[in-house]
Design a protein around this ligand. Structure first.
Ligand SMILES: C[S@@+](CC[C@H](N)C(=O)[O-])C[C@H]1O[C@@H](n2cnc3c(N)ncnc32)[C@H](O)[C@@H]1O
Length: 454
């Protein structure tokens, strides 16, 4: 989860407006039961998954810990309509529970699908043989085509690009078994950032030849940063990164009891469109939607999307962005949205001349909570008697105004028919320095929470 990168050019907020905002936020909060749950803070983040078997196969920064299943007592049938890399689903499988998951990003559902699919002994042997083949250097000399992403050539050192595309060619041309192919492809995709000249940061990627300095970024001497990162043999670095990833995956196969895993169901699509087609009753619905912070997952994951073959044209990428939740500016902001009075009141306090107001943030926010309403309506329909919905969400701030997503989601929940709502505050969120002055006295409303509805 990420804090907002509030824009520095937004102007000051008068004390009258601040007081009005404070009374609105206080009033919204007064409608909800609040609890403090700092014990959940480490579970709504990825960190614990870094070393956990299977979860570690692909680092999905926005993922949360499957331990939430135990701590929140989710029951036997779980739904995650924003499943990401499937942390909850893998957690459900490990515990012998059943789950269904949806995510709009085909990369995310691919990752979840591979993690959830058990390999037979023969298939595991095929992966072992593939590792040996690669380690002996007998892999394709021909390269897989480089995708049409316009920055493709800046992403890898030429030697590394060649090695990676030869490895990919080997995967594509020499592996007939579908499950083994997907397994190898996941290891290859999850090696990209490690061998790349880029890394993910904030809402996008940064290049490794630039180093963060106190004021901005400075260029690192050519040759030096490559040696520091990749060593003297870049080809060997790429090959070893990929084979080590596969070895880790195989090692995990020995650490888990796949036989005890229960099958799970994962679907690619927009939750608001897929949920109406789901039937059956869920004991719990747990999800973390994108936060209303303009963060575009397709931007941060674009290298994997293009190189993994999930998109091959800019038009395909644009369509995916459009079908995602209205939490970022490349989503479909032309769709109509039902209005939410409390939100409109807060938007009215935003500085008209601010960057946020000029960049269609009001439409984005209206769309975000309208999407959330559609999802919550479906959640209510799908919930078994006595079941609960848990929404992990962070608040955001624009143009000197805090958008209390947790309290607003609780309010929407009540309107779609939930009788009980509770907001458990997990941790405070940092406010960017330029907003800190403007939000004087309101920073306690910047928080990450679990909204519980039943
Ligand atoms: C905060 S992440 C969830 C991460 C997940 N809990 C995990 O452990 O990996 C939010 C997810 O929502 C997905 N998403 C965005 N818009 C969506 C939509 N309209 N329908 C379904 N998923 C969507 C994103 O692709 C992203 O994977």
């Amino acid at each position: 989860m990420f804090e907002r990168d509030q824009h520095a050019s937004d102007g000051p907020m008068t004390s009258t407006l601040l007081r009005t905002q404070e009374s609105m936020l206080r009033e919204l909060d007064s409608r909800v039961e609040f609890a403090m749950r700092p014990d959940l803070a480490s579970l709504v983040h990825w960190k614990q998954n870094n070393t956990a078997p299977v979860h570690r196969w692909y680092r999905y920064r926005e993922g949360f810990s499957p331990k939430l299943i135990d701590v929140l007592g989710l029951g036997d049938r779980i739904l995650d309509p924003f499943a990401g890399s499937g942390s909850v689903m893998v957690g459900a499988a490990e515990r012998g529970l059943s789950s269904a998951g949806i995510d709009v990003n085909p990369l995310a559902t691919f990752v979840a699908g591979v993690k959830l699919a058990p390999l037979s002994r023969e298939q595991i042997a095929m992966v072992g043989a593939h590792i040996e083949l690669i380690q002996s250097g007998r892999f394709a000399t021909e390269e897989w085509p480089i995708p049409a992403l316009n920055i493709a050539h800046k992403l890898f050192e030429p030697t590394i690009m060649t090695a990676m595309m030869q490895l990919r060619r080997t995967i594509e041309d020499h592996v007939d078994d579908d499950a083994v192919h997907r397994y190898l492809l996941l290891a290859w995709i999850s090696s990209l950032e490690s061998v790349g000249s880029y890394f993910k940061e904030g809402n996008g990627i940064k290049y490794r030849n630039m180093k963060r300095a106190p004021i901005s970024y400075v260029r690192r001497p050519e040759g030096e940063w490559q040696r520091a990162r990749f060593g003297d043999d870049q080809r060997a670095f790429a090959v070893q990164t990929y084979t080590r990833r596969l070895q880790d995956m195989l090692e995990d196969e020995g650490r888990i009891d796949r036989g005890a895993w229960s099958p799970q169901r994962i679907e690619t699509g927009n939750a608001a469109e897929v949920l109406p087609n789901l039937h059956g009753e869920m004991d719990s619905i747990l999800f973390s939607p994108p936060y209303a912070n303009r963060f575009d997952y397709f931007e941060a994951l674009k290298v994997e999307l293009w190189f993994g073959g999930f998109v091959s044209t800019y038009e395909e990428l644009r369509k995916l962005r459009k079908s995602s939740m209205r939490s970022h500016l490349a989503s479909d902001l032309t769709q109509p949205s039902a209005s939410l009075e409390e939100l409109s009141g807060l938007i009215a306090l935003m500085d008209e001349s601010s960057y946020a107001m000029r960049t269609r943030v009001p439409g984005l926010l209206a769309g975000y909570f309208d999407d959330m309403r559609k999802v919550l309506e479906q959640c209510r329909r799908l919930l078994a008697r006595g079941g609960r919905v848990f929404v992990v969400v962070g608040n955001s701030a624009y143009a000197g105004v805090i958008v209390p997503s947790d309290a607003l989601i609780a309010e929407i929940g009540r309107r779609v028919g939930f009788s009980n709502v509770r907001v458990s505050v997990v941790r405070p969120l940092a406010v960017a320095p330029q907003q800190r002055l403007r939000l004087d006295g309101l920073s306690q409303y910047m928080r990450e929470s679990v909204v519980e509805l039943w």
